[in-house]
Design a protein around this ligand. Structure first.
Ligand SMILES: [Zn+2]
Length: 283
Protein backbone atom coordinates (compact mmCIF):
# COMPACT_ATOMS: atom_id res chain seq x y z
CA UNK A 1 0.00 0.00 0.00
CA UNK A 2 2.79 2.42 0.91
CA UNK A 3 5.21 3.54 -1.74
CA UNK A 4 8.62 4.80 -0.71
CA UNK A 5 9.35 5.97 -4.24
CA UNK A 6 10.29 9.48 -3.08
CA UNK A 7 12.93 8.22 -0.73
CA UNK A 8 15.12 10.55 1.22
CA UNK A 9 17.11 13.72 0.55
CA UNK A 10 14.73 16.64 1.06
CA UNK A 11 16.24 20.09 1.53
CA UNK A 12 14.46 22.54 3.80
CA UNK A 13 13.75 26.16 2.90
CA UNK A 14 16.36 28.85 3.55
CA UNK A 15 19.00 26.32 4.51
CA UNK A 16 17.12 25.17 7.60
CA UNK A 17 18.48 21.92 9.03
CA UNK A 18 15.27 20.19 10.08
CA UNK A 19 11.49 20.69 9.95
CA UNK A 20 9.90 20.68 13.41
CA UNK A 21 6.16 20.50 13.99
CA UNK A 22 4.51 21.27 17.32
CA UNK A 23 1.36 19.15 17.40
CA UNK A 24 -1.14 19.15 20.22
CA UNK A 25 -3.65 16.30 20.55
CA UNK A 26 -6.33 18.06 22.56
CA UNK A 27 -8.30 15.04 23.72
CA UNK A 28 -8.90 15.81 27.43
CA UNK A 29 -10.67 12.98 29.29
CA UNK A 30 -11.52 11.18 26.02
CA UNK A 31 -7.89 9.99 25.93
CA UNK A 32 -8.39 8.28 29.28
CA UNK A 33 -11.77 6.79 28.31
CA UNK A 34 -10.22 5.27 25.22
CA UNK A 35 -7.08 3.96 26.94
CA UNK A 36 -8.86 2.35 29.90
CA UNK A 37 -12.55 2.08 29.02
CA UNK A 38 -15.25 4.43 30.21
CA UNK A 39 -16.71 2.20 32.91
CA UNK A 40 -13.39 1.45 34.57
CA UNK A 41 -12.17 5.00 34.91
CA UNK A 42 -12.61 6.77 38.23
CA UNK A 43 -13.96 10.26 38.71
CA UNK A 44 -10.57 11.63 39.76
CA UNK A 45 -8.87 10.07 36.76
CA UNK A 46 -11.36 11.87 34.52
CA UNK A 47 -10.29 15.10 36.18
CA UNK A 48 -6.66 14.49 35.18
CA UNK A 49 -7.83 14.64 31.57
CA UNK A 50 -9.89 17.75 32.30
CA UNK A 51 -6.69 19.50 33.37
CA UNK A 52 -6.16 20.00 29.62
CA UNK A 53 -9.21 22.18 28.91
CA UNK A 54 -9.23 23.79 32.37
CA UNK A 55 -5.58 24.67 32.74
CA UNK A 56 -3.01 23.13 30.40
CA UNK A 57 -4.38 24.46 27.12
CA UNK A 58 -4.11 28.07 28.32
CA UNK A 59 -0.42 27.59 29.08
CA UNK A 60 0.19 25.96 25.70
CA UNK A 61 -1.54 28.81 23.87
CA UNK A 62 0.21 31.48 25.96
CA UNK A 63 3.60 29.90 25.24
CA UNK A 64 2.87 29.69 21.50
CA UNK A 65 1.72 33.32 21.47
CA UNK A 66 4.77 34.55 23.42
CA UNK A 67 7.04 33.30 20.65
CA UNK A 68 4.61 33.66 17.71
CA UNK A 69 4.90 29.94 16.97
CA UNK A 70 2.73 28.03 14.52
CA UNK A 71 1.18 24.73 15.70
CA UNK A 72 -1.29 22.07 14.67
CA UNK A 73 -4.13 21.02 16.98
CA UNK A 74 -5.64 17.58 16.41
CA UNK A 75 -9.21 17.84 17.70
CA UNK A 76 -11.70 14.96 18.09
CA UNK A 77 -15.17 16.16 17.04
CA UNK A 78 -16.62 15.37 20.45
CA UNK A 79 -14.08 17.71 22.09
CA UNK A 80 -15.37 20.58 19.93
CA UNK A 81 -18.90 19.82 21.17
CA UNK A 82 -17.80 19.43 24.78
CA UNK A 83 -15.33 22.32 25.07
CA UNK A 84 -16.51 24.92 22.55
CA UNK A 85 -14.98 27.88 24.36
CA UNK A 86 -11.51 26.34 24.50
CA UNK A 87 -11.72 25.25 20.87
CA UNK A 88 -12.77 28.75 19.82
CA UNK A 89 -9.60 30.07 21.48
CA UNK A 90 -7.53 27.66 19.39
CA UNK A 91 -9.36 28.78 16.24
CA UNK A 92 -8.96 32.46 17.19
CA UNK A 93 -5.19 31.93 17.30
CA UNK A 94 -5.36 30.81 13.63
CA UNK A 95 -3.67 27.51 14.46
CA UNK A 96 -4.15 24.65 12.07
CA UNK A 97 -6.95 22.30 13.19
CA UNK A 98 -6.81 18.68 12.04
CA UNK A 99 -8.89 15.50 12.29
CA UNK A 100 -8.40 13.17 15.27
CA UNK A 101 -11.45 10.89 15.18
CA UNK A 102 -14.89 11.79 16.48
CA UNK A 103 -15.08 10.28 19.97
CA UNK A 104 -11.40 9.29 20.19
CA UNK A 105 -12.32 5.62 20.55
CA UNK A 106 -9.94 3.02 19.26
CA UNK A 107 -11.26 2.53 15.74
CA UNK A 108 -9.34 -0.65 14.90
CA UNK A 109 -11.67 -2.99 13.01
CA UNK A 110 -14.51 -0.56 12.37
CA UNK A 111 -16.01 -0.69 8.88
CA UNK A 112 -15.24 2.07 6.40
CA UNK A 113 -18.82 3.39 6.54
CA UNK A 114 -18.48 4.01 10.27
CA UNK A 115 -15.17 5.85 9.89
CA UNK A 116 -16.71 7.88 7.06
CA UNK A 117 -19.44 8.88 9.53
CA UNK A 118 -16.77 9.95 12.05
CA UNK A 119 -15.06 12.01 9.37
CA UNK A 120 -18.29 13.65 8.22
CA UNK A 121 -19.28 14.64 11.76
CA UNK A 122 -15.84 15.94 12.73
CA UNK A 123 -15.18 17.74 9.44
CA UNK A 124 -18.51 19.58 9.85
CA UNK A 125 -17.58 20.64 13.39
CA UNK A 126 -14.09 21.76 12.35
CA UNK A 127 -15.53 23.68 9.39
CA UNK A 128 -17.98 25.45 11.70
CA UNK A 129 -15.21 26.24 14.19
CA UNK A 130 -12.46 27.43 11.88
CA UNK A 131 -14.20 28.22 8.58
CA UNK A 132 -12.47 25.42 6.70
CA UNK A 133 -12.31 21.66 6.54
CA UNK A 134 -9.25 19.88 7.95
CA UNK A 135 -6.49 18.84 5.54
CA UNK A 136 -4.64 16.63 8.01
CA UNK A 137 -5.46 13.55 10.08
CA UNK A 138 -4.08 11.52 12.96
CA UNK A 139 -5.73 8.33 14.17
CA UNK A 140 -6.95 8.39 17.79
CA UNK A 141 -4.69 6.08 19.83
CA UNK A 142 -2.68 5.79 16.62
CA UNK A 143 -5.47 3.64 15.15
CA UNK A 144 -5.64 3.49 11.37
CA UNK A 145 -7.35 0.91 9.18
CA UNK A 146 -6.01 -0.56 5.96
CA UNK A 147 -8.44 1.72 4.11
CA UNK A 148 -7.81 4.90 6.16
CA UNK A 149 -5.04 6.52 4.12
CA UNK A 150 -6.95 6.02 0.87
CA UNK A 151 -10.12 7.28 2.51
CA UNK A 152 -8.34 10.46 3.69
CA UNK A 153 -6.94 10.96 0.20
CA UNK A 154 -10.35 10.51 -1.46
CA UNK A 155 -11.82 13.08 0.92
CA UNK A 156 -9.22 15.64 -0.17
CA UNK A 157 -6.83 15.43 2.76
CA UNK A 158 -3.25 16.58 2.22
CA UNK A 159 -1.46 14.58 4.90
CA UNK A 160 -1.59 12.03 7.70
CA UNK A 161 0.63 12.09 10.80
CA UNK A 162 0.07 8.73 12.49
CA UNK A 163 2.73 6.34 11.20
CA UNK A 164 6.07 5.69 12.84
CA UNK A 165 8.14 4.15 10.07
CA UNK A 166 10.86 6.74 9.49
CA UNK A 167 12.24 10.16 10.38
CA UNK A 168 11.46 11.77 7.04
CA UNK A 169 8.26 12.69 5.25
CA UNK A 170 7.14 10.90 2.12
CA UNK A 171 4.36 10.94 -0.45
CA UNK A 172 2.09 7.90 -0.81
CA UNK A 173 0.95 6.63 -4.17
CA UNK A 174 -2.47 8.15 -3.52
CA UNK A 175 -0.86 11.60 -3.15
CA UNK A 176 -1.20 11.83 0.62
CA UNK A 177 1.88 13.09 2.48
CA UNK A 178 2.88 11.10 5.55
CA UNK A 179 4.54 13.01 8.39
CA UNK A 180 5.72 10.22 10.71
CA UNK A 181 6.11 10.78 14.44
CA UNK A 182 7.27 8.54 17.28
CA UNK A 183 6.52 7.63 20.88
CA UNK A 184 9.97 8.97 21.82
CA UNK A 185 8.76 12.49 21.05
CA UNK A 186 5.29 11.97 22.55
CA UNK A 187 4.68 13.43 26.03
CA UNK A 188 2.32 10.49 26.73
CA UNK A 189 5.39 8.22 26.95
CA UNK A 190 6.76 10.19 29.89
CA UNK A 191 3.95 12.00 31.69
CA UNK A 192 0.74 9.93 31.52
CA UNK A 193 -0.52 8.77 34.89
CA UNK A 194 -3.50 6.71 36.00
CA UNK A 195 -4.40 4.49 38.97
CA UNK A 196 -6.49 2.23 36.73
CA UNK A 197 -5.12 -1.33 36.57
CA UNK A 198 -4.57 -1.64 32.85
CA UNK A 199 -3.17 1.83 32.33
CA UNK A 200 0.45 2.64 31.79
CA UNK A 201 1.95 4.82 34.50
CA UNK A 202 4.76 6.82 33.01
CA UNK A 203 4.87 9.76 35.32
CA UNK A 204 8.28 9.14 36.83
CA UNK A 205 10.24 11.27 34.38
CA UNK A 206 11.78 14.56 35.33
CA UNK A 207 11.15 17.30 32.76
CA UNK A 208 14.94 17.75 32.51
CA UNK A 209 15.40 14.07 31.60
CA UNK A 210 12.83 14.39 28.82
CA UNK A 211 14.53 17.60 27.68
CA UNK A 212 17.85 15.78 27.46
CA UNK A 213 16.36 12.93 25.38
CA UNK A 214 14.57 15.32 23.02
CA UNK A 215 17.66 17.49 22.69
CA UNK A 216 19.82 14.50 21.74
CA UNK A 217 17.26 13.37 19.16
CA UNK A 218 17.00 16.87 17.75
CA UNK A 219 20.78 17.31 17.47
CA UNK A 220 21.23 14.02 15.63
CA UNK A 221 18.31 14.50 13.27
CA UNK A 222 19.30 18.09 12.48
CA UNK A 223 22.84 16.90 11.71
CA UNK A 224 21.47 14.37 9.21
CA UNK A 225 19.82 17.30 7.46
CA UNK A 226 16.76 15.88 5.69
CA UNK A 227 14.63 14.89 8.65
CA UNK A 228 11.52 15.98 10.50
CA UNK A 229 10.59 15.99 14.17
CA UNK A 230 6.89 15.89 14.96
CA UNK A 231 6.45 16.60 18.67
CA UNK A 232 3.24 14.97 19.87
CA UNK A 233 1.88 16.82 22.88
CA UNK A 234 -1.24 16.76 25.05
CA UNK A 235 -2.31 19.92 26.93
CA UNK A 236 -3.37 17.77 29.93
CA UNK A 237 0.21 16.41 30.23
CA UNK A 238 2.62 19.02 28.85
CA UNK A 239 0.50 21.87 30.28
CA UNK A 240 1.75 21.34 33.88
CA UNK A 241 3.99 24.25 34.88
CA UNK A 242 7.39 22.60 34.96
CA UNK A 243 6.76 20.71 31.73
CA UNK A 244 5.60 23.68 29.66
CA UNK A 245 8.67 25.56 30.88
CA UNK A 246 10.81 22.65 29.67
CA UNK A 247 9.04 22.64 26.29
CA UNK A 248 9.58 26.37 25.92
CA UNK A 249 13.31 26.01 26.62
CA UNK A 250 13.51 23.17 24.12
CA UNK A 251 11.75 25.16 21.40
CA UNK A 252 14.12 28.10 21.89
CA UNK A 253 17.06 25.69 21.73
CA UNK A 254 15.81 24.31 18.40
CA UNK A 255 15.11 27.77 16.98
CA UNK A 256 18.69 28.81 17.66
CA UNK A 257 20.01 25.73 15.86
CA UNK A 258 18.38 25.87 12.48
CA UNK A 259 14.91 24.39 13.07
CA UNK A 260 12.18 25.32 10.62
CA UNK A 261 9.17 25.35 12.94
CA UNK A 262 5.98 25.21 10.90
CA UNK A 263 2.54 23.64 11.14
CA UNK A 264 1.92 20.26 9.54
CA UNK A 265 -0.03 21.68 6.61
CA UNK A 266 2.81 24.04 5.66
CA UNK A 267 5.41 21.26 5.85
CA UNK A 268 3.20 18.81 3.94
CA UNK A 269 2.64 21.35 1.13
CA UNK A 270 6.39 22.00 0.98
CA UNK A 271 7.17 18.26 0.87
CA UNK A 272 4.67 17.65 -1.91
CA UNK A 273 5.99 20.54 -4.00
CA UNK A 274 9.63 19.57 -3.38
CA UNK A 275 9.11 16.05 -4.67
CA UNK A 276 6.90 17.22 -7.56
CA UNK A 277 9.68 19.51 -8.82
CA UNK A 278 12.35 16.87 -8.19
CA UNK A 279 10.36 14.27 -10.13
CA UNK A 280 9.71 16.61 -13.06
CA UNK A 281 13.44 17.45 -13.25
CA UNK A 282 14.45 13.81 -13.46
CA UNK A 283 12.03 13.07 -16.31
ZN1 LIG B 1 -5.40 11.46 20.97
Amino acid sequence: MISLKNGDGIQWPEGKRIAVMLTFDFDAELLRYSVIGKRKIGFADVSRGQYGPKEGLKRCLAMLQRHQLPATFFLPGEIIEKYPEQCREIAAGKYEIAYHGYDHNNTIGIPEEEETGNLEKSEGLIQELSGRKPVGARGPLDALQEYSLDLFSRRGYLYDSTLKDCDWPYVLENGLVELPTDVAVDDFSYFYFSYADEAPINCSYLPDDVYAMWQDAFDELAAEGDKIMVLKLHPQLIGRVSRIAMLERFILYMQQRGAWIADCETVARYVKEFYRVKESETK
